[in-house]
Design a protein around this ligand. Structure first.
Ligand SMILES: N[C@@H]1[C@@H](O)[C@H](O)[C@@H](COP(=O)(O)O)O[C@@H]1O
Length: 347
């Protein structure tokens, strides 16, 4: 088996910091989340809005699923152009407005956040740079506590954003099971960081195209894995819901177009298992991570007995050493992808 830890890039060493970042975040933000949760219980918002780009938008999608499944709150990802380019003013009064960003500096994100605040939404920034304009634009700041991240590919800050959103939902609902699961997250991440996904390297490092499949709460990390494959490894990877895949796109997959499936043990599992079986029967190379059973070309190990809402966070942690190794195998430097900079500002 190839050793995924033989080349330590900034990306890999920052990814390894995620368990301690999350431990720090959970302690530091607990009182903030309790207060915010109390406020949300006193004045339940009619809906939620998310505002983010790139990896942060994928983290926002994770929070959207938690809010919709667990809190029953319809959550819309509003395109920043709606306010920043079209200068439209959609009604956001009393909504919970969640802006997610590492730098907190992109003008379009700031514009939408200001529009939310001006219209009377409860604006909350999940942001790493607490000295950023986004932190001053929003009423409440949940710092990501990821500290400095040098690699262009976000890792620990992405996991921190997932954890921050989870913590908010857990404290808001005061659900004891979720709160107990939250306490286990740093340990789960430490175990996930030590899990070896090198068995997937031969299959995935050869591909120029692939689908990353997730469903429900796992969809956001499928999006993030696909984005990381694009950015770091030059692979045209597309995230797809397990259901969406069947409505057409799976016709593209085949010998040189494998599918990576990220699955968790919840109500989505039987459908994902059916999908894996069908793909395998069709001779499509499938790499399976998480709870799904196969049969598959490659079955990857995962942290056992993990809460289904935490499983996606654990899987992206285990994925980072793999994608780092895929990038290196393809002759790329994951810390410095062509044309990319750490902070991207769009209007
Ligand atoms: N979650 C969505 C993204 O998937 C989409 O890319 C973006 C478009 O934003 P814009 O219209 O500003 O380009 O809106 C939201 O953030």
């Amino acid at each position: 088996m190839p050793d995924l830890n033989s080349s330590i890039t900034a990306m890999l060493s920052e990814a390894r910091e995620a368990p301690e970042v999350v431990a720090r975040l959970l302690t530091s933000n607990a009182a903030l989340c309790r207060d915010l949760g109390e406020r949300l219980r006193q004045s339940p918002p009619p809906f939620a809005v998310t505002c983010a780009r790139g990896s942060s938008d994928n983290a926002a999608t994770f929070v959207k699923y938690l809010l919709e499944i667990h809190s029953g709150l319809v959550t819309a990802s509003v395109g920043p152009s709606v306010t920043s380019v079209y200068e439209a003013r959609p009604r956001m009064r009393d909504a919970l407005f969640l802006a997610v960003s590492q730098s907190g500096r992109s003008p379009d994100i700031l514009n939408l956040a200001q529009a939310g605040r001006d219209d009377g939404a409860l604006t909350v920034a999940l942001v790493n740079d607490t000295a950023s304009p986004l932190a001053s634009t929003c009423e409440v700041v949940l710092p990501l506590h990821a500290e400095s991240e040098k690699s262009v590919a976000a890792t620990k800050s992405f996991i921190a954003a997932l954890a921050a959103g989870f913590q908010l939902v857990a404290h808001w609902s005061q659900d004891q099971e979720l709160l107990a699961a939250l306490d286990t997250l740093p340990d789960v991440l430490a175990k996930a960081a030590a899990i070896d996904w090198s068995a997937a390297l031969p299959e995935l490092s050869q591909a120029n195209d692939l689908f990353v499949v997730g469903r429900g709460v796992g969809f956001a990390v499928a999006q993030e894995a696909a984005l990381k494959l694009k950015e770091t490894s030059g692979v045209h990877a597309e995230a797809m819901s397990a259901a969406e895949l069947m409505h057409g796109p799976w016709t593209l997959a085949g010998d040189h177009f494998p599918i990576l499936v990220l699955s968790q043990r919840d109500e989505t599992l039987s459908g994902v298992n059916d999908l894996v079986t069908r793909l395998h029967e069709q001779g499509i190379p499938v790499v399976v991570a998480g709870a799904a059973e196969g049969p598959a070309t490659v079955m990857l190990p995962s942290v056992e007995d993990v809460h289904p809402y935490l499983a996606p966070i654990a899987m992206i942690q285990s994925f980072y050493p793999l994608v780092n190794a895929i990038a290196l195998a393809r002759g790329r430097n994951p810390d410095n992808p062509p044309r990319l900079r750490k902070v991207t500002e769009t209007v």
